[in-house]
Ligand binder design. Structure first.
Ligand SMILES: *Cc1c(COP(=O)(O)O)cnc(C)c1O
Length: 356
């Protein structure tokens, strides 16, 4: 039976990425060696990481004056690295969920955090609006897509100070204007590649301004000077990221993929609205994530949650169980997910409604 992979991360990758990586595990770039066993300084691997950085720049139209890095430690290490490099006294954060809260916790090790707004009062089911970012902070940080709660900020916030964003779960899903940002970071395992690579896009001239000494591995400038090779990069994860970037370019890039992502999300949200057995947890449609679609059983059908999960699983739907802090279901519709799989899920929801 065909499996439809709705996991939130690590998550679905293009067939192209998997096939090319499988080949390179056995014979990398005609070397007769595995991509796991060649030097990261070999000309073959340097070509891989260089091409990956170039494709990031091309696909997101990264302007001059920015560096693209492939690091390790996940978005979770960026929660600390960002303030280490950019926070002198005070930073502003928007609290829209668990990941945003974790970013705030790390920033507090290094300075004062102004929480400009939070949606915690309603279990992070909406995006706060009409908040003010103070002008006397070093930067403003927000999470563009809230992977756990299923909300997304599709319009770049207006900020009088440099903008920093955790885009782990929606980077490359749509065009972004990188020139508005001081720093963008993303763990690879949602929309880019295998886990254990972290993408960083940083504006060079904002670095070197803080007065604290920065430990070597936490200093963006060290990684920039060494072309992401200060220490050994994850050769297999970076290879996988490159394949996904090549695939994305072949799909027509971020503009083309955004159209498909919109269609996929609209298809599933429309069924959640139509089907009497299910309900959305995000009241305002404008706040709903295109990447992680959260839904629960309607109150009258609450006792059927396990039954639906079992039924969907029996039809090849994998990874639909919601995060423990929200319950219900989460269908992650990252770039690599074909619309056919979303249609298959919609069909299963319709069939379940008919049967019960
Ligand atoms: C998954 C995720 C993280 C954590 O990423 P790691 O690579 O596991 O550190 C952080 N932020 C967001 C928005 C995420 O989706």
């Amino acid at each position: 039976m065909k499996k439809h992979n709705f996991y939130a991360g690590p998550s679905i990758l293009p067939e192209f990425t998997k096939e090319k990586t499988a080949e390179a595990i056995l014979n990398f770039a005609g070397t007769g060696l595995s991509v796991m066993e060649v030097s990261h300084r070999s000309k073959e691997f340097v070509a891989v990481i260089t091409q990956a950085m170039d494709l990031v720049k091309e696909l997101l139209q990264v302007p001059d004056g920015y560096s693209v890095l492939f690091l390790q430690g996940g978005a979770s290490l960026q929660f600390l690295m960002a303030p280490y490099n950019l926070l002198e006294t005070k930073a502003a954060y928007l609290n829209t969920g668990s990941w945003a809260s974790k970013a705030i916790k790390e920033a507090r090790f290094l300075g004062e955090v102004v929480e400009v707004a939070s949606s915690k009062d309603k279990n992070f089911s909406y995006i706060p609006k009409n908040y003010q970012v103070p002008a006397d902070v070093d930067y403003f940080h927000y999470t563009s897509n809230n992977t756990i709660y299923g909300t997304e900020i599709l319009v770049d916030p207006v900020s009088p100070v440099p903008l920093v964003s955790d885009m782990s779960s929606d980077i490359f899903s749509r065009p972004i204007d990188v020139s508005k940002y001081a720093l963008i970071y993303a763990g690879a395992q949602k929309n880019l590649g295998p886990s254990a690579a972290t993408l960083v896009i940083v504006k060079n001239d904002l670095l070197g301004k803080v007065s604290r000494p920065i430990p070597t591995m936490l200093d963006y400038r060290v990684h920039i000077e060494n072309d992401s090779m200060f220490n050994t990069p994850g050769t297999v994860p970076v290879f996988g990221c490159l394949q996904t970037l090549i695939w994305l370019k072949e799909q027509g890039g971020v503009e083309a993929i955004e159209k498909i992502n919109k269609a996929k999300a609209e298809l599933l949200y429309a069924e959640i609205e139509r089907n009497k057995m299910f309900a959305s947890t995000i009241p305002d449609p404008a706040d709903r994530s295109r990447m992680n679609v959260i839904f629960v059983m309607a109150p009258e059908y609450a006792e059927l949650e396990k039954a639906f999960n079992d039924f969907a699983t029996s039809r090849g739907m994998i990874g639909l169980k919601g995060h423990r802090s929200v319950g219900g279901f989460r269908a992650s519709l990252y770039n690599a997910m074909p619309i056919e799989s979303v249609q298959a899920l919609v069909d299963v929801m319709k069939e379940f409604e008919k049967n019960n």
